[in-house]
Design a binder for this molecule. Sequence first.
Ligand code: NAD
Length: 463
Amino acid sequence: MEFTESQLANIVGEVMAKLNLSGGTSGMHGVFADMNTAIEKAKEAQKIIRVMSMDQREKIIAKIRVKIKENAEDFARMGVEETGMGNVGDKILKHLLVAEKTPGTEDITTVAWSGDRGLTLVEMGPFGVIGAITPCTNPSETVLCNTMGMLAGGNTVVFNPHPQAIRTSIYAVNLLNEASLEAGGPDNICCTVEKPTLETSAVMMKHPDIPLLVATGGPGVVTAVLSSGKRGIGAGAGNPPALVDETADIRKAAEDIVNGCTFDNNLPCIAEKEIVAVDSICDELMHYMTEEQGCYLASPEIQDRLVHTVMDEKGRLNRNCVGRSAKTLLAMVGVDVPDSIRCITFEGSKEHPLIAEELMMPILGVVRAKNFEEAVETAVWLEHGNRHSAHIHSKNVDRITAYARAVDTAILVKNGPSYAALGFGGEGFPTFTIASRTGEGLTSAATFTKRRRCTMSDSLCIR
Ligand code: NAD
């Protein structure tokens, strides 16, 4: 779905007017001028959530699902308009996925042992008020999905969103609180500040009422949270390689990889960022990519121009290129292509800057490896030890196993597009917080709880 700039501006204007956002954030549920107040309000709300039945929590979550579905298109348009990143059609799908498949209270389970000496339970209890920092790449998706999981676990949450996505994040915070109120819950189940900064983030990280921090973003924020002295869940950067060997269905591999790479203009951290192909099928793979999957084959000169456009001399990304379409990126380097072009490809070494760096753009460099073993070594190097995501197209289970062990990532998709790992065309639940650095993997309600042991001595066993 494509919109002109003026169409988008009109739609966003309408939504902003509806929200009274143009004149500030007054009247928005859960939005406060300073971080200390936001935390205090979330603490008051948590006291109410804490004593609610699981059934009541689930009613709020059900209402949230309905409202996300009703507002999926507004969220998508607003996110694209505010950040300039991604595309409306895919962002609608991401919101529907969050609404339909994010786990609720069913994720909260109990382990029990009973025997001659009584009964012991291990239950999942809330932390209290969680502090969460969210990215501009999936702004509302992360705020919505995090809140649903945290609430299911009995928590409330305070967000310090990316400043570039604050309007979209505030829209999500307001909607979540409206859903809670409509379902008979408290206001302020999630809170934020009007103007998030590094200072408001520091207040949150040091605040005595925040026992758990959740960081979704690049290496800087994850390191900051893990250095805070508090428990931290770190969902950091990736650079997922897609390995293709000679046993794969090469035509399908080309289709899956380009579909995964171009979804929301490559914004998801799990999306294919480069390909490593064994020599014997490399030309065939690139043939299908360029002839059937809308890939533009970039010459060395165009690659050079792209390097100088998408990053500076120190390798820092140009934010105006992140999440842009292949057509837009090519226009920036003076190449006009038809709308059918959805990805840029070329063959290069693993050290090529458009291959080695996590770009979050639909640019898929291909590294040729002489055999499977070399391909694994190259893919592991390209993943840079993030332990985040990697993908493989192969029919040989021994090789898939060897690759999985070597790359050691939170996510590994076999013979499908990367988004299958989020339950989109694959089994399982979605999340936009994949705790790669700290090892929780795909986060859900259970991740946001602490284990509490409750023991009854010498009674309650009726075996
Ligand atoms: P970013 O790191 O620039 O910002 C993320 C958030 O952290 C923002 O709210 C930002 O304001 C804040 N932040 C940055 N540095 C900070 C610091 N030192 N202290 C406190 N807060 C700080 O990332 P982005 O551009 O918004 O998102 C893209 C990055 O996030 C990519 O690297 C991507 O792989 C990663 N990401 C990871 C996941 C995951 O689940 N693992 C999900 C989405 C994005």
